[in-house]
Design a protein around this ligand. Structure first.
Ligand code: IK2
Length: 455
């Protein structure tokens, strides 16, 4: 029914219930009930007003429509590791009927066991797979259940900028108030490494008060690629303890760090296990973003809130995918010290890609911020220009739209990762994703080189 309705946008059709008119309402197609039902009553829920626009929806669609080379959204253009694909195939063909049925709500036993085994040594304590691990629909689901499960209207949440864009709407929808603190370049000169971006301790502390319930920290950071140093995590930890705040540590790029940089789990710092919820993603870990499995790891007293939200929202996640991811983790656990371990092999594969893209950007006169982790690179594009499209949107939005349409190269505007007040900080940059085949990166380089030559 829905498919047939969306195909006739703008026309009046009859359903079993009422006559309906379909209208185009950016960025999604909405159904407005005309005759028997009032649009005021059935409009977007008030709590969602202001959250309608979404960069992944807009820029994903644009890249597809323009048939652009896609260095936008963060997904690989190559296959997940062979053993993970084989695991899924074996599960599907095994004839084990239970793998096609519901599994335990809080996480398939084999997967929560594997997650506990992987995380215990990293956090420095024995994690109970049954009470301290929850599997959700991607890290998105984990973030949603964490934020919804803990926040009450009026609670404040500190968000470190740049931040993965969904944090802000999730906090607002839960009735919370976000308070933003930006990572700022150490000097006023051109920044060349994500490590040059730091938090001002005084500015950070000034945002804490008795209403502060959570701080959301993303390391390695998307889009900047910063890997927080132990001293920086200790500073955040000290404030969490001083003001009795829980840290939500989004660590979806935990395995993707480059030489000289080590990911440290804030939950492993003294006194932080009790007040940290650590979030991860199978999509990112195993280069299978479409599998949409994520998790939260934390102490029982906090996990019970996240689990309550999960059970009331998704109940459980796909069994067969959880089984395949569990098998994937078991394999990696058996070869953690080997260079073949995917947790080592993937960053080793990404490093030359990062360097190849950075070199191209530098040769073109751009100033890329070299990431210490993750698989995104922000680059200053001030030397290039795109016409004002009259939308009033930040310059990077206009630039990326124009580049996608005219140059057939898709990227992401990084001001989407900043609060309204701080968007200006990112307007001169765009974000490229480099978890792509070398041939894709070479095509991107060619587009940029030809563009530069035409200036
Ligand atoms: N947290 C962070 C920091 C993420 O980057 C993501 C996924 N981002 O990918 C889109 C992009 O930036 O191009 C998530 C959470 C969500 O992860 P999942 O896909 O597991 O829901």
């Amino acid at each position: 029914m829905l498919r047939s309705l969306t195909q006739v946008v703008g026309r009046v059709v009859r359903s079993g219930l009422a006559e309906v008119r379909l209208i185009k309402h950016a960025p999604v197609t909405s159904v407005v009930i005309c005759k028997n039902m009032s649009s005021a009553k059935f409009g977007l829920s008030k709590k969602l007003i202001g959250t309608e626009k979404n960069i992944w929806v807009e820029f994903g669609k644009l890249a597809t429509e323009c048939k652009a080379l896609n260095l936008g959204q963060g997904f690989p253009d190559f296959k997940p590791p062979e053993h993970v694909l084989e695991a899924l195939e074996t599960c599907a063909r095994s004839g084990n009927f239970s793998l096609s049925q519901y599994t335990r709500s809080y996480g398939h036993p084999r997967l929560v066991n594997a997650l506990a085994k992987v995380n215990s040594p990293l956090i420095g304590r024995e994690i109970d797979p049954m009470t301290q691990v929850l599997v959700s629909v991607g890290a998105y689901g984990a973030l949603f259940c964490t934020i919804q499960g803990l926040l009450n209207p009026g609670d404040e949440v500190i968000i470190i900028e740049p931040f993965f864009d969904c944090y802000e709407p999730m906090v607002r929808v839960a009735g919370g108030t976000p308070r933003f603190v930006a990572l700022r370049p150490k000097s006023s000169g051109e920044s060349s490494s994500s490590g040059d971006f730091t938090l001002d301790p005084k500015e950070l502390e000034s945002q804490f008060n008795e209403k502060t319930k959570l701080i959301i920290l993303n390391t390695p950071n998307n889009p900047l690629g910063k890997v927080f140093l132990r001293e920086e995590l200790e500073m955040v930890a000290a404030l969490c303890k001083k003001y009795d705040v829980v840290c939500v540590a989004d660590e979806v790029y935990e395995w993707m760090t480059y030489p000289g940089h080590k990911h440290i789990k804030i939950a492993s710092l003294p006194g932080m296990w009790e007040r940290t919820l650590t979030i991860g993603s199978a999509g990112k870990t195993f280069s299978a973003t479409g599998w949409k499995l994520g998790w939260t790891v934390g102490p029982e007293h906090l996990m019970s809130t996240v689990m309550t939200m999960h059970v009331n929202c998704n109940y459980t996640c796909p069994t067969i995918l959880q089984e395949a991811v569990a098998i994937g983790f078991e394999k990696e656990l058996s070869r953690l010290d080997s260079p073949d371990c995917y947790f080592r092999a993937l960053p080793a594969e990404l490093l030359p890609k990062r360097d190849m893209l950075a070199k191209t950007l530098k040769e073109l006169g751009m100033t890329p911020i070299i990431p210490e982790g993750g698989y995104f690179i922000m680059t200053d594009v001030s030397k290039f220009s795109a016409p004002d499209d009259g939308s009033g949107d930040p310059k990077d939005f206009q630039f990326v739209r124009w580049m996608t349409r005219e140059k057939k190269l898709a990227a992401i505007p990084p001001s989407a990762f900043y609060s309204k007040e701080h968007k200006f900080m990112a307007e001169k940059y765009i974000r490229f994703c480099f978890i792509k085949e070398d041939s894709t990166l070479k095509k991107a380089a060619k587009i940029l080189q030809e563009w530069k030559a035409s200036l």
